[in-house]
Design a protein around this ligand. Structure first.
Ligand SMILES: Cc1cc2nc3c(=O)[nH]c(=O)nc-3n(C[C@H](O)[C@H](O)[C@H](O)COP(=O)(O)OP(=O)(O)OC[C@H]3O[C@@H](n4cnc5c(N)ncnc54)[C@H](O)[C@@H]3O)c2cc1C
Length: 355
């Protein structure tokens, strides 16, 4: 039985672990802290294929939405995926027509809705724009929850999760495979996957290869429960938010809370004020329950890095890992279990940074 070591128990490592364990591999997951303690617990969890300009990447994201639909069905709703779609007028009004054309060139399902229709779709929303984009196929999840469910499923299929075990190095095995070095000792594995989020670049460096990253911080707030239900994820120019199944909301601002040099607390309070303006009937009691301050793992060209380093270790790192996690889990496990090259992954190999 092939023994695969996976470094990192975020959504990416968890999805790969589950698929490999189901494919009959022996799986050991090494996690420096607790599962889902990195970016996967700080995410907006928006599942989407919108605003993508490269066709191969667009197709990957559409396939990723389908993968989410598959696991949502397999887990019978336990992942709590919400297929609400979204209303988006983040771009200026005069750019929305252009955006519909841009998105439409790949056949993306998007339509423009006018203010009257918006009022019907989201009656609690104030300060409505003249028009907005309606993207019906999109969803949201809580990535930390998905990570835990995937890890439990991996464990049920035989995977072992070593939490509190930071990997310090990966060496090549004497004859084949790799040796994973951590406080758990020197463990020989037939194959190794580095799914360490923002730390993936550093581990790749230890394997002798540069994987340039431009990891970016972001802040979101969790609020108390809203006194009504929103029907969509809302993306306005100065704030965006989604509602959780229990009524609470997660809110960010431009590019999910980019800090722009401001203190985290100031950014959080600004988001709360903007959300109150958009939802006046919730404003009186609306409070911040928790601030999510995270860092997005992101290769320097913004696209996923998925595939083998020159020393044979496999890396898997990306922004939009919540959207892409379940698909990538399937594809990476298939490459590792069968040795085949999957066409969809070929444009995203880490070797592109060697050129
Ligand atoms: C504010 C914000 C908003 C976002 N919004 C979205 C969104 O709407 N949609 C979307 O698709 N994506 C979004 N993302 C991005 C998404 O959250 C990430 O792409 C995804 O969570 C990455 O998952 P991961 O498993 O690669 O990394 P992580 O969740 O960070 O997991 C990596 C794990 O590796 C472990 N680790 C690191 N080094 C070692 C080591 N040496 N040994 C052992 N373990 C190690 C860490 O402890 C961590 O648990 C957002 C991110 C942020 C921060």
């Amino acid at each position: 039985m092939k023994h695969v070591g996976i470094i990192g128990a975020g959504i990416i490592g968890a999805c790969i672990a589950r698929e490999l364990a189901l494919a009959g591999c022996r799986v050991s997951v090494f996690e420096a802290h607790e599962p889902a303690s990195g970016a996967s617990s700080r995410s907006m969890g928006w599942i989407n294929a919108s605003f993508v300009t490269r066709v191969d990447y667009y197709q990957m994201r559409i396939a990723a939405i389908q993968a989410h639909r598959r696991i949502d069905e397999q887990f019978n709703g336990a992942l709590e995926t919400q297929w609400t779609g979204s209303l988006n007028w983040e771009a200026r009004d005069d750019k929305l027509d252009e955006l519909v054309d841009e998105l439409g060139q790949f056949g993306h399902p998007v339509k423009l809705v006018a203010r009257d229709e918006l009022r019907v779709l989201e009656p609690e929303l104030a300060d409505l724009p003249p028009k907005a984009l309606l993207m019906e196929g999109e969803g949201t999840v809580e990535a930390a929850h998905v990570t835990q469910v995937m890890l439990r499923a991996a464990q049920d299929a035989g995977a072992v999760v070593l939490a509190g075990v930071p990997v310090s190095a990966i060496e090549r095995g004497e004859k084949a495979g790799h040796v994973v070095i951590s406080p758990a000792g020197r463990i020989h594995v037939d194959d190794v996957v580095i799914a360490a989020g923002v730390m993936t670049g550093e581990l790749a460096e230890k394997c002798g290869q540069t994987l340039p990253m431009k990891n970016e911080p972001g802040v979101l707030i969790e609020t108390n429960a809203l006194p009504f239900r929103l029907q969509h994820t809302i993306w306005s120019p100065d704030v965006h938010f989604k509602q959780l199944p229990d009524g609470r909301a997660i809110c960010g601002n431009l590019f999910s809370g980019a800090l722009g040099g401001d203190a985290v607390e100031d950014v959080a309070l600004r988001m709360l004020e903007r959300m109150k303006q958009r939802l006046p009937n919730a404003a009186a009691g609306l409070k911040i329950e928790k601030v999510r301050h995270g860092v997005r793992p992101m290769p320097v060209d913004s696209y996923p890095a998925i595939g083998r380093l020159d020393n044979g270790a496999y890396v898997c790192v990306m922004h939009s890992g919540v959207t892409l996690g379940p698909l990538v889990g399937e594809l990476v496990a298939s490459e590792i279990a069968t040795g085949a090259d999957i066409d969809m992954l070929v444009p995203f190999r880490p070797g592109r940074f060697n050129e």
